[in-house]
Design a protein around this ligand. Structure first.
Ligand SMILES: [Zn+2]
Length: 309
C-alpha cells in the first residue's frame, strides 16, 4: 500500500457516544477555495448589477407613484369642481322652485290654474320611470333648470302677465271704502226694511250714511259718470261705471259737481251731502252694483271712513 506524503489538514467533529468524524483536506482544497472565491466574486458582481437594476426599478416606481399621486390630486380637484357645479345647479333649482311658487301665486291672483312646469322629480304621471328620490347628475340638473327657466319665462309673458294685468285692472276698478271722509255710520242697511214713509216694507238697495249738509261725497273707484241728475227716489244723484261690471250710485245730494260722461278718479269729489228726494235728513245713499245687480256695499267698505283720511 502506497502512502501519500502530501500534507493533509484534518477537522475532527466529536459526537457523544459515537465515533468522531474526520474531514481531511488535501491541497486541492486550496484550489477549491480559490474557485469558491472566484464564484463568490461572480455572485457578488451579479448581485451588484442586479442591485443597480433594482435601484433603477425602484426609481421608476417612485416616479410612477408620484404621477399617480398627482393624477389622484387632479381627480379630486375635478370631483370638487363637479360637486361645486352640482351644488350650484341644486341651488338654481331651489331658486327656481321659489320662483315657480311665486308665479303660481301670481297665477292664482290672476285667476289662472296652477301650472305643471316640472314633470320631473318623481312626479311623473304615467310611463315608467323615476320613482322619486333619484339624484340627478349635474348635467341633467342644469338641463332641467334651463328648461324650467324657458317654460316659466314663456308662461310669464304669454299667459300670466296679461291675465294679471286684467286682474289688477279689475281690482283697481273695484269700489273701495266709504264715499265720505268724515266719521259716519250705517243708519239704514242694505235689504228689506220697513218703509220710512208709510206702511209695509221696501227693498233698500244700498246703505244710508249720515253726514253734515254740504259734506263732500267722493268716488270710491275710478270710473265714468253715466248718470248725473234728478230722481224722485235718490234726489240729485250720480251713478258711476267703473268697468268690469262695477257701478256705484250716490244719492240725496244737495249739489252735483260732475257731468255725465266725465271720467273721474278714485277719491274725486262728485257732489255734496244733502237731503233731496226720498230723504228724511242729510245723508248719502250709497249703492254698489255688480253686473247690474245691487249688492250689499258693506263688503266693499273695508276700514271705517274716519280711519282712512
Ligand atoms: Zn238709502
Amino acid at each position: 500500500m502506497r502512502r501519500r506524503v502530501s500534507e493533509r489538514y484534518t477537522i475532527l467533529i466529536t459526537r457523544t457516544g459515537k465515533e468522531p468524524r474526520a474531514f481531511s483536506f488535501r491541497p486541492v482544497v486550496l484550489l477549491m477555495a480559490g474557485l469558491f472565491f472566484a464564484s463568490w466574486a461572480g455572485v457578488t458582481g451579479y448581485l451588484y448589477v442586479r442591485n443597480a437594476a433594482l435601484k433603477d426599478t425602484q426609481a421608476r416606481l417612485e416616479q410612477l407613484s408620484n404621477r399617480a399621486r398627482a393624477l389622484s390630486l387632479q381627480l379630486s380637484e375635478e370631483q370638487n369642481r363637479n360637486n361645486m357645479l352640482a351644488g350650484e345647479a341644486a341651488d338654481m333649482l331651489k331658486q327656481l322652485d321659489q320662483l315657480e311658487a311665486e308665479i303660481d301665486r301670481l297665477r292664482e291672483r290672476a285667476g289662472l290654474p296652477k301650472i305643471e312646469v316640472t314633470p320631473v322629480k318623481g312626479e311623473n304621471q304615467g310611463g315608467e320611470g323615476q320613482g322619486g328620490g333619484i339624484p340627478l347628475d349635474t348635467e341633467a340638473m342644469l338641463k332641467l333648470t334651463a328648461e324650467r327657466i324657458k317654460t316659466l319665462t314663456g308662461n310669464l309673458s304669454s299667459k300670466i302677465e296679461p291675465a294679471l294685468e286684467k286682474t289688477l285692472a279689475k281690482e283697481a276698478a273695484r269700489p273701495v271704502g266709504y264715499p265720505l271722509k268724515v266719521h259716519t255710520y250705517i243708519a239704514s242697511g242694505f235689504g228689506t226694511r220697513r218703509n220710512p214713509f208709510g206702511r209695509g216694507y221696501e227693498f233698500h238697495d244700498g246703505i244710508d250714511l249720515p253726514a253734515w249738509y254740504g259734506t263732500p261725497i267722493y268716488a270710491t273707484a275710478p270710473g265714468k259718470v253715466v248718470e248725473a241728475g234728478w230722481s224722485n227716489i235718490y234726489g240729485y244723484y250720480v251713478k258711476l261705471d267703473h268697468g268690469y261690471g262695477y257701478q256705484t250710485l250716490y244719492g240725496h245730494m244737495s249739489k252735483i259737481l260732475v257731468k255725465r260722461g266725465q271720467v273721474v278718479k278714485r277719491g274725486e269729489v262728485l257732489g255734496k251731502v244733502g237731503s233731496t228726494g226720498r230723504s228724511t235728513g242729510p245723508h248719502v245713499h250709497y249703492s254698489v252694483y255688480v253686473w247690474g245687480k245691487a249688492v250689499n256695499p258693506v263688503s266693499f267698505l273695508g276700514a271705517p271712513s274716519y280711519a282712512k283720511r
